[in-house]
Design a protein around this ligand. Structure first.
Ligand code: CMC
Length: 389
């Protein structure tokens, strides 16, 4: 059309209106449905925030109780789906396992996944919230070669998840309340972030009329990349590499500044936050607290702090307004909890799931929604003839 503007990476283009999350990147503000992230992270729970994102208001005690109960009743995976895991190599990255198993879930609910049927949408929202943490934990168990546990529905959402990840068949699993609260807080911090790459993917796929399972599976794949959710894993790999190479932090930062081999300071920079990421502030506080309370001393945390100090005082990072983002300190905490590095992005996905679902539903209910279909500016050859014609 005559109005096409070129906007690589959608830096200036809004693709939708949304009433879910508010961000002011210059001021470092993040609010879900109007509530400041700091207040939710300290006082709320994962499921309460999920309700808030999905339905727009904080639930009453009865509403939250019924929601929690319904989710507990949907945690079991079909036994056939459990066998799906054995067809994948034990070296499989848990993010690939999670996205494939999520896509596979839809095969169990064919005929019950009509995006225009509110009962189906409601039921599949519950199914996804209940079953994805179980799939995530099984992806973990598979990677360490341990048996899958059945969910214990007498436990809270987060405690059930911890037990599925770290419990072993024959033993009673002791919930560590410090770990449980810290994980809940991290999950809340990840629950939504408006039109980021994975959420935009969920919306784009959903705009074609695809069901929730297909849309969420696509979102998981978008999150997997190192510039997005994969950054939390990449940060830990980066810190471990610096430690093992014996290279000084200063020298590493020089290589980043010289863009040697395209090396970036993972966990730094953000498309929207040009001031400190408010989530990073909360995670950094947690990192010290949680490691102390769990009695873990990790030299990688010291290395991360040294790296942050050097970067924050360096003109390259200052001029480009690059600050730590949410992914910079999360990995150190997940590691202290005992999660393998390759599970970090899976934890991000479980955190983000309520946001993806809320956006999918908002899009579905918006009468303005059309199939997502960007324009292009053609730069190829003009018309030419096939040889001999
Ligand atoms: N290390 C070194 N230089 C950087 C970094 C970094 N982490 N991030 C941006 N820059 C430089 C970039 O090279 C460019 O410099 P120049 O103007 O000289 O070419 C300038 O800063 C502007 O960067 P940009 O790539 O145009 O910024 P963007 O908004 O397109 O990218 C980003 C945002 C998050 C993809 C990017 O900052 C990045 O790659 N960061 C590292 C990966 C990361 O931590 N991602 C997690 C994001 S937060 C949560 C999530 O989504 O998972």
């Amino acid at each position: 059309t005559g109005h096409t503007t070129l906007d690589y990476g959608f830096v200036n283009t809004a693709a939708t209106k949304s009433a879910i999350t508010y961000i002011d990147g210059d001021e470092g503000i993040l609010r879900y449905r109007g509530y400041p992230i700091e207040q939710l992270a300290t006082n709320s729970t994962y499921l309460e925030v999920a309700w808030l994102l999905l339905y727009g208001e904080l639930p009453t005690a009865d509403q939250l109780g019924a929601f929690d109960e319904r989710i507990r009743r949907h945690t079991l995976l079909h036994e056939d789906l459990k066998r799906f895991f054995s067809s994948l190599p034990h070296t499989a990255h848990p993010m690939s396992v999670l996205s494939s198993a999520t896509a596979a879930l839809s095969t169990y609910y064919e005929g019950q996944s009509d995006p225009n049927n509110p009962e189906h949408v409601e039921l599949n929202t519950i199914r996804l919230l209940a079953k994805l943490p179980v799939i995530a934990a099984y992806a973990h168990k598979k990677s360490v070669g341990q048996a899958f546990l059945y969910p214990d529905n007498s436990l809270s959402f987060v405690d059930n998840f911890l037990r599925l990840n770290f419990g072993v068949m024959s033993e009673q699993y002791e919930i560590n309340p410090v770990m449980s609260r810290a994980l809940e807080r991290l999950l809340i911090l990840h629950e939504d972030h408006e039109q980021n790459a994975s959420t935009s993917t969920v919306r784009l796929v959903g705009s074609t009329g695809a069901n929730q399972f297909s849309s969420i599976s696509a979102g998981i794949n978008a999150l997997y990349g190192p510039l997005h959710g994969g950054a939390n894993e990449a940060v830990l790999d980066m810190l471990a590499r610096i430690r093992d190479s014996g290279e000084s932090v200063q020298r590493f930062v020089e290589r980043v500044k010289n863009k040697e081999d395209g090396v970036k300071l993972m966990g730094f920079g953000h498309r929207v936050y040009k001031n400190y990421d408010p989530r990073a502030k909360l995670v950094k506080e947690s990192a010290d607290e949680v490691l102390t309370e769990l009695g873990v001393h990790d030299p990688l945390l010291d290395l991360a702090k040294e790296l942050e100090d050097i970067a924050l005082n360096d003109d390259y990072f200052r001029e480009r307004r690059l600050y730590p983002n949410v992914d910079f300190y999360t990995g150190v905490i997940y590691k202290a909890m005992g999660f393998p590095t390759r599970m970090f992005t899976v934890l991000f996905a479980i955190g983000r799931l309520p946001g993806w679902l809320a956006h999918w539903r908002e899009m579905q209910n918006d009468p303005q929604t059309k199939i997502g279909r960007p324009q292009q500016l053609y730069t190829g050859s003009p018309r030419r003839d096939y040889p001999g014609v």
